[in-house]
Design a binder for this molecule. Structure first.
Ligand code: ADP
Ligand code: MG
Length: 246
């Protein structure tokens, strides 16, 4: 039999929705199909990411084509890269170097249930953004106060945060999410649970740009969370990854 293309466990993937984009054959496809800057591929390679995992193969084209996505894939299957890659591929010039209103201020927001997870996601961002001048903020009390200054705020490209921190900054009038184009809920089963739901809704409501693209990622999505997710997403594609028995 052919050798496995990745060190990841063998995966079975289903993708359902309208006009599902073709999966990636390899990370090289990003250059040929989507004109992704080669530098991003270099950063993948330097991070040891040689072949895309199942959720990356299917999820990345969906997000790059501007579609909403509900992604359900087991723990350890590379969900973080599946949503960060399309963000970095389409982010454009850093806000700090732009005079153009469309590339000003926070354009991508990733929400995670715990500070520790937000921290891990931020680290993953730093690997992928090597050599680029994007400002990627791990949101905390301290950063929240620096962002109270509009001049600082306008130069931020990406925020990674827990929902509660965002709500506090929004209520203080210290945050503008009206230019967010990529909104991600990681560990969506927890984010859409009653513990976080109201906060999450407040934040998603503030991401009011007409072309905000939303995605939820989770290892599991109980029926109730799934129903809420489907209500938030616009014409979504639902991708489910299961591990094959060995
Ligand atoms: P999940 O969020 O699905 O639990 P993570 O995004 O945390 O999974 O990724 C799990 C591990 O797999 C991480 O150590 C990550 O660096 C690694 N990984 C992700 N994508 C790839 C890939 N394409 N090739 C090799 N390793 C990968
Ligand atoms: Mg994860």
């Amino acid at each position: 039999d052919a050798k496995p293309s990745t060190s990841m466990p063998r995966q079975r993937v289903t993708a359902k929705g309208n006009n599902v984009p073709a999966p990636l054959e390899s990370f090289q496809d990003l250059i040929t199909r989507y004109n992704v800057p080669p530098r991003l591929l270099d950063n993948l390679e330097h991070s040891g990411y040689l072949e895309p995992t199942g959720i990356q193969v299917h999820g990345v084209p969906i997000l790059l084509e501007g579609r909403d996505l509900a992604a359900i894939s087991p723990t350890g299957t590379g969900k973080t890269l599946a949503y960060l890659l399309p963000i970095f591929a389409s982010l454009g010039a850093p806000a700090s170097s732009s005079n153009d209103d469309t590339s000003r201020g926070v354009r991508a927001l990733v929400l995670a249930p715990t500070r520790e997870l937000a921290h891990q996601i931020h680290n993953e961002c730093l690997k992928l953004a090597q050599g680029r001048k994007w400002r990627i903020v791990l949101f905390s009390k301290a950063t929240a106060s620096t962002l109270a200054d509009k001049n600082v705020r306008d130069k931020v490209d990406i925020i990674i945060s827990t929902p509660l921190r965002m709500v506090a900054a929004l209520q203080a009038g210290n945050l503008d999410l009206s230019n967010v184009r990529h909104l991600i809920l990681d560990e969506a089963d927890r984010m859409l649970d009653p513990e976080f739901l109201e906060q999450v809704q407040e934040v998603t409501g503030a991401c009011c740009h007409s072309s905000v693209r939303k995605a939820v990622f989770s290892a599991t999505l109980p029926a109730n969370a799934e129903k809420i997710a489907m209500g938030m997403l616009d014409d979504p594609i639902r991708v489910v990854v299961g591990l094959k028995d060995t």
